[in-house]
Design a protein around this ligand. Structure first.
Ligand code: F6P
Ligand code: MG
Length: 463
């Protein structure tokens, strides 16, 4: 599929991709350097401590340190080349996925002289960057498969304790209403929309919008929910909640599957689990959920299979969140109860990680590629096939949205089904995204113009 508009790239110095290559990527790279540097510092101290006691351990630490220094110099070299608009280099064969695919795309960019950091399409260059970082670690014996963002992901998650306990208590309160709920579609609709919005705002960096999620009974939630929804509605530029609900209602008692194309680990993944749990436990619409992770560290905070597994154990650990984040004495018990249910769903195959199903590893490679999703059926037929059997596919977050719309310069009023090209009609899909990149469709031109005139950075502010 060829879109009738060009992709976003940093040749437009007023766009967010220019900002990204000038400021944001160098910061991300510097953070990796700092992180590896700190680890090397700790390793040096440890090596001194074990020097006389465990010679082989000391030797291993010293080799790992040398390799770490090599990684640091490679990343520094990359920063230098990036800032000077040098060419993107071929990804070296490191025995991991998609090397040939990235290099083939790079070769075709070369044909049109768009193979440098300030000329390459933003979407390609950003995906390439994370694949390139992967090779730096993969080529080393002691660093192969290392996730340079895992500490950051975990720290962020630890800071979300208060909201997490609060949501756990809200979910606990639903339990006593379960029977009533199932016979009352109006109440179910209100809750469904609350859940959708929690899951949406879980993608925002500003989590303050979630504080309304603590009403103690459903009647109350019904009114608070409506008011809060109205208050937030001005922040939602494209709102299809009504349509989603009308569609989902048609799925009752058919044992349908929900697919979640995940975005970020930590709090956002928590909200995805809550939404999935709500649908399976309290509604008749879905009986299983498949979660699609990324196979290697991606856009800093995205969920890898390791993050997925660790999330459950972190949530079940009594010591993961700082003690002062518990909002009520009971909320820790509510969280335990809820996550124990998730764990039982995982054990029973009601919740499944895509990489655990037959062909799942192969199927999942596509999400770490540089392509718009409209090429899915040609490039990843087994994935297209899988999703075509889904009751609903939820794409989380900004990058998934960019890939759905191909990250090209669609006029803002382009209908979403047009912007996703041949993917429209392939399977029922819902995109939940807070805006963090220029591409945006399905929005009234007047609305966009007004926001622009007010000086709002609405395309990229995440609000
Ligand atoms: O802030 C911009 C950005 O890093 C984009 O490069 C990318 O599309 C997006 O954020 C990642 O956000 P999300 O985690 O919502 O996909
Ligand atoms: Mg992300």
């Amino acid at each position: 599929f060829q879109a009738p508009y060009p992709p976003y790239d940093p040749t437009d110095t007023s766009g967010f991709s220019y900002d990204t290559v000038v400021k944001r990527w160098p910061i991300i790279l510097t953070n990796i350097i700092d992180h590896v540097h700190r680890l090397l510092h700790d390793m040096t101290i440890e090596a001194q401590q074990v020097r006389d006691l465990d010679v082989s351990k000391a030797e291993e630490l010293s080799k790992k340190t040398t390799e770490g220094q090599e990684i640091i110099s490679e990343i520094s070299r990359l920063k230098y080349r990036m800032a000077r608009d040098h060419e993107l280099e071929n990804i070296l064969q490191d025995g991991d996925i998609l090397v040939a695919e990235y290099n083939a795309e790079l070769e075709s960019l070369k044909q049109t002289s768009r193979n440098t950091w300030f000329k390459a399409p933003w979407l390609y260059a950003e995906c390439y960057l994370y694949r390139l970082i992967r090779t730096y670690f993969n080529q080393r014996t002691y660093w192969r498969g290392f996730d340079p963002f895992s500490t950051q992901k975990e720290e962020m998650f630890k800071n979300s304790g208060a909201a997490i306990y609060q949501i756990a208590t809200t979910m606990h309160e639903l339990e006593s209403e379960k029977v009533k709920l199932q016979g009352d579609p109006d109440k179910l609709e209100v809750l469904f929309k609350e859940m959708i919005q929690m899951c949406l705002w879980g993608n925002a960096t500003d989590l303050s919008l979630l504080t309304h999620l603590s009403p103690s009974d459903i009647e109350h939630l019904q009114t608070v929910g409506k008011e809060a929804q109205e208050a937030r509605s001005e922040f939602i530029l494209k709102d299809d909640q009504g349509d989603v609900w009308s569609y989902v209602k048609t799925l009752a008692n058919q044992g349908k599957r929900l697919d979640f194309v995940l975005d970020n680990a930590g709090f956002e993944l928590f909200t995805d689990f809550v939404f999935a749990d709500f649908l399976v436990t309290y509604t008749p619409y879905f009986s299983q959920v498949v979660f699609h992770p990324k196979l290697f560290p991606w856009f800093v905070s995205d969920v890898t299979p390791t993050d997925f597994t660790n999330t459950i154990s972190s949530l079940l650990s009594a010591t993961f969140f700082p003690p002062n984040s518990t909002t009520s004495p009971d909320s820790a018990a509510h969280l335990q109860q809820m996550v124990t249910r998730w764990k039982s769903y995982i054990d029973k195959g009601i919740f499944t990680l895509a990489t655990d199903i037959t062909n799942g590893q192969k199927m999942s490679e596509f999400w770490n590629g540089p392509w718009p999703y409209w090429n899915m059926n040609e490039l990843a037929p087994e994935l297209g096939q899988w999703l075509s059997g889904s009751g609903l596919v939820i794409f989380k977050g900004d990058l998934n949205y960019r890939k759905l719309a191909g990250d090209v310069k669609w006029p803002v009023s382009t209908p979403f089904p047009t912007a996703i090209g041949p993917l429209a009609g392939s399977f029922p899909l819902l995109s939940l995204r807070t805006n963090k990149a220029d591409v945006a469709v399905g929005i009234d031109e007047k609305v966009a113009e007004n926001l622009d005139n007010k000086g709002e950075k609405w395309r990229v502010s995440g609000r």
